[in-house]
Design a protein around this ligand. Structure first.
Ligand code: NAP
Length: 359
């Protein structure tokens, strides 16, 4: 399928949340292909937030048009969508710290998706929507793999265990994706393809994005976890591979349904081992796994998201994803994990977000 991928440069595509970490590479790929990109952002006048997008346009044959839109304003994507054949809906809060899960996560994710799709229903030119969902809509906790009885989770699996009080980010992504599938069923003009990435790593086009991916990785890189890490198993994928999957999902006519986009089944301690191998011992990368009872006891005091239920259902439980559909149908090729981690760490060093180790 990939060999047959052709992108007609004489078309326009909307990218929602264009300032985001994942969206940056999607915008770049589209501009490189000569496409006119309608970049919907919350504040197009914020020069700091859009400078990297304008820079991309300077270096590529495509054209960038900025639009102001907010997930919580009904109809606010309609102008940005006019004349577009494809909509990439990436905007959704990916934050680990919040006050009110309903207001800060669920509403922008679910209601925002419905608002965007309502505009799609009113925009005749749109033929395909690529929704950035998540592996968080596939599973709620690592223990779900054991209860599934399968060797790895696949696109037929759904998160059935998250709620407003337990793993609310995962709940927000599940509700948003479910709402999108319900909406597409009611008509036949446009179709929906979802990309379900695991934890996204790797260098951002905007190295200072507020994505939780950066926050999480900086914790490893800055020595904050020197005392050790819980036995958290986690799957990860490079941000450039995620963007590539979105582009292939948009322009491969036969692409259909959900696609798990996840390069590697890994763990926090493996991330640390790769970093130590590449960058030495001077950064305080964690060396040991903390005992689960200790994590259960003190985890909730250190981090609001690390509840006892979360620790019980995740720490020490491996997770595995079957990404073969993305390889087979979209032709996605996954970079080695070591490359994503090394490039990510180097970007944080180069941009001064972590201090260089002395000596
Ligand atoms: P990000 O850098 O924080 O991007 C999120 C984008 O959503 C930002 O552009 C943000 O705009 C926008 N946004 C948030 N609330 C909004 C609102 N009320 N109205 C309009 N725009 C709003 O995070 P990311 O990691 O790139 O995430 C992008 C997508 O990938 C999300 O759907 C996320 O759930 C999904 N995903 C991410 C990962 C990961 O590990 N990073 C894994 C799986 C799925 P501002 O710049 O204005 O804040």
């Amino acid at each position: 399928m990939t060999d047959a991928l052709t992108i007609d440069p004489n078309q326009s595509a909307l990218v929602t949340g264009a300032t985001g970490y994942v969206a940056g590479w999607i915008v770049k790929n589209l501009l490189d292909a000569g496409v006119t990109v309608h970049a919907a952002v919350r504040d197009p006048d914020n020069a700091d937030k859009v400078a990297h997008l304008k820079q991309l346009e300077q270096e590529a044959p495509g054209t960038l048009k900025l639009f102001k839109a907010d997930l919580l304003d009904p109809g606010s994507y309609t102008d940005a969508m006019a004349g577009c054949s494809v909509v990439f809906h990436t905007a959704s809060p990916f934050i680990l710290s919040f006050d009110d899960a309903q207001k800060d996560l669920i509403e922008p994710a679910r209601q925002g998706t419905l608002n965007v799709l309502d505009s799609v229903n009113k925009t005749e030119s749109v033929k395909r929507v690529v929704l950035t969902s998540s592996c968080a809509a596939i599973y709620g906790d690592n223990i779900d793999l054991e209860t599934s009885g399968k060797p790895a989770l696949d696109e037929t699996d759904w998160n059935r265990t998250s709620s407003l009080t337990h793993q609310p980010y995962s709940y927000s992504k599940t509700l948003a994706e479910q709402a999108a599938w319900k909406t597409v069923e009611r008509q036949s003009r446009w179709d929906l393809v979802t990309i379900n990435p695991s934890l996204v790593l790797g260098p951002g086009i905007n190295p200072r994005s507020t994505s939780a991916s950066l926050g999480m990785f900086k914790q490893f890189a800055s020595g904050q976890l020197k005392a050790g890490v819980p036995a958290f198993y986690i799957a990860a994928v490079d941000v450039r591979d995620v963007a590539d999957a979105h582009i292939k999902a948009a322009f491969t006519p036969q692409a259909k349904g959900r696609y798990i986009v996840s390069g590697h089944d890994s763990s926090f301690i493996e991330f640390a081992e790769i970093m130590r191998r590449e960058f030495g011992d001077g950064y305080g990368f964690p060396k040991r796994i903390l005992p689960k009872p200790l994590v259960w006891l003190v985890g909730p005091l250190a981090d609001k998201a690390m509840t006892r239920a979360m620790v019980s259902r995740n720490v020490g439980h491996p997770i595995r994803f079957d990404h073969s559909k993305s390889e087979r149908e979209l032709g996605v090729q996954y970079r080695p994990l070591q490359e994503s981690i090394t490039d990510f760490f180097n970007q944080l060093l180069e941009t001064g977000q972590i201090p260089k180790a002395s000596g």
